[in-house]
Design a protein around this ligand. Structure first.
Ligand code: C5P
Length: 419
């Protein structure tokens, strides 16, 4: 099943009385199933609270450039690239001026300058400020730069004056958003650089992926296994290769073809998988998707265990090495990004958060594998993305789309680490 992928909006809320209308805009966008991330300028926080914006968007609100640049989670480059469209509402005279002249002294203006997506601005300001030649000049410059505008409307202003300067109503802005989204919102790079980008966002990077189950034998013909199909891990390896990375896939026993352009190594047990992972390191990104068995059988019989009505065999289990934790906790040669999966059938987020810290990961992709979910072995996946900074819920998508989005996200994060 291929689900419709919801579009992602980065809403920059400027500091003006119209900021309260941004809350209604978020509500309307969410109603239309857009994923909304919001950024508040310093002045915006005087008009609306982070808490109310956070409650409405359902995700973390950003307001500090430096808190972003020194963290390993969502950097400002990634934040600006992750969206399909940037919406500035209210677009104050200050934000308009900063963008028109390429200033980048705070988070909002930096994001507007760093983005590779289109910008829609909904101006709101006092009538004199709007009509001032400086503002008019700046808007003209922005239009020439490809920025779209909605409003302002003419009417009674909060300051008591009358004229153009009122921010458009949320319904109007929503309609403008949908109109812009009808077209491709990416802003292409100049020709010479575009060719390099076409080589892929992960060109020159090495990515190591584990996938599938492991089999833990207890005699030559029998083993303990799990229901993992390897579909998600293989899709991720394929997506990373399509993004230009040099990919090594270490796969447990699966009924899937080796992905094109991926060096695939086949293993059976968790201990074999760990050995191959250690040999394949170093890497820029490690993604542990494999459903590694937690235990192996202490003693493997060399011959097939015979049925004996008088004595039922008893298997003693020994804990397997934790491959993800071993990679995440490396003091030397740790990949810049270590990503784990958490397949949980209860307390999904809580357990995934514990794993993020315990295994020293940069990201955990959590998915519900309760019986009703159909994820294990199925074609689609519903995941939550957890980083130290952030928690996101992605809609149900096919596993290829999850893989593509994850790879794009990791490429952005990697660029943000500066490594
Ligand atoms: O602890 P749990 O098995 O739920 O953690 C899941 C994550 O840890 C997955 O990314 C899986 O690939 C990884 N893992 C591992 N080695 C283990 C157990 C889990 O790499 N022995």
């Amino acid at each position: 099943m291929t689900a419709i992928v919801e579009k992602r909006i980065l809403l920059i809320i400027g500091g003006g009385i119209a900021a309260y209308k941004a809350l209604e805009l978020i509500r309307r966008l969410r109603e239309r199933r857009y994923f909304v991330r919001a950024v508040l300028t310093g002045a915006a926080k005087e008009f609306v609270t982070k808490l109310s914006v956070e409650s409405l968007t359902g995700s973390r609100v950003y307001d500090d450039l430096f808190a972003l640049t020194d963290e390993s989670g969502m950097g400002h480059i990634e934040l600006s690239r992750d969206a399909d469209l940037l919406v500035v509402a209210p677009a104050t005279a200050d934000l308009i001026t900063k963008l028109a002249h390429g200033l980048a002294g705070d988070l909002a203006s930096t994001l507007l300058l760093a983005t590779d997506k289109k910008i829609l601005a909904a101006p709101a300001m006092n009538v004199r400020m709007w009509l001032h030649p400086a503002t008019q000049r700046n808007c003209k410059l922005l239009q020439e730069d490809g920025v779209s505008f909605v409003g302002p409307e003419e009417g009674e202003m909060a300051c008591g004056e009358h004229g153009p300067g009122r921010m458009s109503e949320p319904a109007e802005i929503l309609a403008a958003v949908e109109k812009v989204l009808l077209r491709d919102t990416r802003i292409p790079l100049p020709e010479n650089l575009a060719r390099k980008e076409a080589a892929g966002v992960l060109a020159g990077r090495r990515v190591l992926v584990t996938s599938g189950p492991t089999h833990e034998p207890f005699d030559p013909v029998r083993y303990i296994a799990n229901r993992s199909s390897g579909k998600q891990g293989h899709a991720i390896a394929a997506a990373a290769a399509a993004a230009g990375a040099d990919v090594v896939l270490i796969s447990g026993p699966v009924a899937l073809a080796d992905p094109l352009g991926v060096k695939t190594l086949h293993v059976e047990t968790a201990r074999d998988m760990l050995r191959e992972v250690e040999t394949a390191l170093p890497a820029d990104i490690f993604i542990g998707v494999a459903a590694v068995a937690d235990w192996h059988v202490a003693k493997t019989a060399h011959t097939k265990i015979k049925k004996n009505p008088k004595q039922t065999p008893c298997l003693t289990l020994v804990e397997n090495p934790d491959i993800l934790a071993a990679v995440g906790q490396r003091s030397k040669g740790r990949p810049a990004l270590v990503v784990g999966f958490a397949a949980e059938s209860e307390k999904l987020i809580e357990n995934a958060q514990v794993k993020l810290a315990a295994k020293n990961c940069d990201m955990i992709v959590a998915n519900d594998v309760g019986e009703a979910s159909g994820v294990l072995g199925g074609e689609s996946n519903k995941v939550f993305i957890l980083t130290k900074e952030d928690k996101e819920s992605w809609p149900t998508m096919d596993k290829q789309e999850v893989a593509r989005r994850l790879v794009a996200r990791l490429a952005g994060m990697l660029a943000g680490t500066g490594r």
